[in-house]
Design a protein around this ligand. Structure first.
Ligand SMILES: Cc1cc2nc3c(=O)[nH]c(=O)nc-3n(C[C@H](O)[C@H](O)[C@H](O)COP(=O)(O)OP(=O)(O)OC[C@H]3O[C@@H](n4cnc5c(N)ncnc54)[C@H](O)[C@@H]3O)c2cc1C
Length: 463
């Protein structure tokens, strides 16, 4: 029997732990990641040589970051690692790659999708101004490039990442001029008991809020800015009657899973009302309804980094079981129990920091939803009145929301929420943007060259 062709997309916590289990079982998975080095979002590494020490870069997560990086270094000789490589389609028993200015295809009998998550924005008036970054973008600047997005920074959004990034910026020397959280105190008190599933993590979060207050940072709860506006010396975040001056804004309303490759692999997606996001259908073991396709980590629904490690290992065990390899069942059960604990914790976090989807109903007409195609809330209202699109894909066809470079990755959920508010229909009935390859832009000229260690996509292109 020929060796299975296993591809893992993503070298974050989930992908690394999946690769570890498979390598330890004597298999040689291919691990594909767009980034230069392993670690994913949370344990992102700066370009070599590292300039800041682990403690400074990762704070309380330094030990976990080091452990993950060291695991990957240990298994590197046993796997086929492809950094700086985008997986842009899944089709015909293969994964399509883009690397080094060239494209190609690698065969794939088993696929673990560990593609993580991305920031979620709220299309507040002014969110597309220069100087406004997503929270993740602000964090990447700090972790990867060792620089700040501004000297005076306001943070706007909701969720634990809002407070974490604000604290990271304050510690790195920025003046944090405000933290504006849409989560209300009432929600936070009501759901706090669920945090007892992980008391240590909860205490760290409370510590971040306390530190910001100690530093004199105004922290507003249950508040959504009316607008971010340009001023002669930078920007201002306007909330109610107050205005917070800054020269940059970090903005993020939680995370949403990256599900495009799952869709292209034929995995159905379902709407998760608690996270207000579409997630691939998969079990606690990572198996999807498509044989040989598994999901792991935040791409299967947001549970956080520690759970991602457990989910990566569990998906790899499921794959081993499906290959008929011996698997220690007690280990699989332990992993599932750990994942279930994180899921309980996450349910409390989601309740404390709900996505303020209802706010999209009252946004002014000029607010930009789709920045690639510059489609505003008013444009969606007009298209809805004229053409009555029955779902977001028809809205895309009629009104171009999600037609641009991001393919709806950043505007999709917001467009759905606006359409839901207009039509009065539940978001779950309005569908999700179909993924289109390439899931991220690739220069056309690169289709003429074949990536190293890959098969050509088009025979003539290889000659
Ligand atoms: C921007 C951002 C910042 C975050 N910061 C923190 C934080 O400070 N603290 C915290 O506790 N949690 C943070 N989180 C959440 C945390 O990162 C996740 O819970 C955790 O990293 C999930 O691990 P994962 O392996 O599932 O995904 P990730 O760590 O996101 O890893 C996914 C990997 O897949 C790669 N990838 C995705 N799609 C493709 C593709 N098509 N082709 C090739 N490679 C691909 C990415 O480059 C990435 O390396 C953050 C999340 C985001 C999105």
């Amino acid at each position: 029997m020929s060796a299975p062709a296993i591809v893992i997309v993503g070298a974050g916590p989930a992908g690394v732990r999946a690769a570890e289990v498979l390598a330890d079982a004597g298999l040689r998975p291919t691990v594909v990641d767009e980034a230069d080095r392993c670690g994913g979002q949370i344990y992102r590494q700066p370009p070599a040589p590292r300039r800041r020490p682990y403690g400074k870069l990762y704070g309380s997560e330094a030990a976990r970051a080091r452990a993950l990086h060291e695991t990957f270094d240990r298994i590197a000789p046993a796997i086929d690692y492809r950094p700086r490589t985008l997986a842009w389609d899944v089709a015909d028993g293969g994964v399509m790659l883009h690397a080094g200015g060239a494209v190609g295809r690698i065969p794939c009998s088993h696929l673990i999708l560990a593609t993580g998550a991305a920031d979620r924005t709220l299309p507040l008036p002014g969110w597309t101004l220069p100087g406004v970054y997503t929270l993740g973008g602000a964090q990447v600047a700090l972790k990867s490039q060792d620089c700040l997005i501004g000297e005076r920074v306001a943070f706007v959004g909701t969720g634990p990442l809002l407070y974490l990034v604000a604290v990271q910026y304050a510690r790195a020397g920025a003046r944090v001029t405000a933290v504006v959280d849409s989560g209300s105190r009432a929600d936070q008190f009501a759901h706090a008991p669920g945090l007892l599933a992980k008391p240590g993590v909860a205490l760290r979060g409370i510590g971040f809020v306390a530190e910001l207050m100690r530093r004199g940072v105004p922290v507003l709860k249950g508040a959504i800015p009316d607008a971010i506006e340009p001023t002669p010396d930078g920007l201002a975040v306007r909330v109610g009657g107050r205005s917070f001056a800054c020269d940059a804004v970090g903005l993020g309303y939680g995370l949403r899973p990256e599900t495009q490759l799952a869709d292209l692999a034929g995995v159905p997606r379902r709407f998760d009302p608690r996270q207000q996001a579409w997630v691939p259908e998969s079990g606690a073991d990572g198996r999807t309804p498509v044989a040989g396709v598994y999901t792991a980590g935040d791409s299967a629904g947001i549970l956080g980094a520690d759970a991602a490690e457990l989910r990566g290992a569990r998906a790899a065990l499921a794959l081993l079981e499906d290959l008929g390899r011996p698997v220690e069942l007690a280990r699989a059960r332990r992993l599932e129990a750990g994942i279930a604990r994180w899921a309980r914790f996450r349910a409390a976090v989601d309740g404390m920091f709900p996505v303020p989807a209802a706010a999209l109903a009252t946004l002014p007409d000029h607010a930009v939803v789709c920045r690639c195609e510059r489609v505003t809330v008013g444009d969606i209202r007009r298209v809805a009145a004229l053409a009555h699109p029955e779902d977001v894909n028809r809205l895309k066809a009629f009104g171009r929301v999600g037609m641009g470079r991001c393919q709806g990755r950043f505007c999709g959920e917001n467009a759905q929420a606006v359409l839901a508010a207009i039509t009065g229909r539940p978001v779950a009935d309005l569908g999700v943007h179909r993924a289109q390859p390439p899931i991220k832009p690739i220069p056309l000229a690169d289709f003429a060259r074949v990536a190293e260690n890959a098969e050509p996509l088009i025979e003539e292109a290889a000659q």
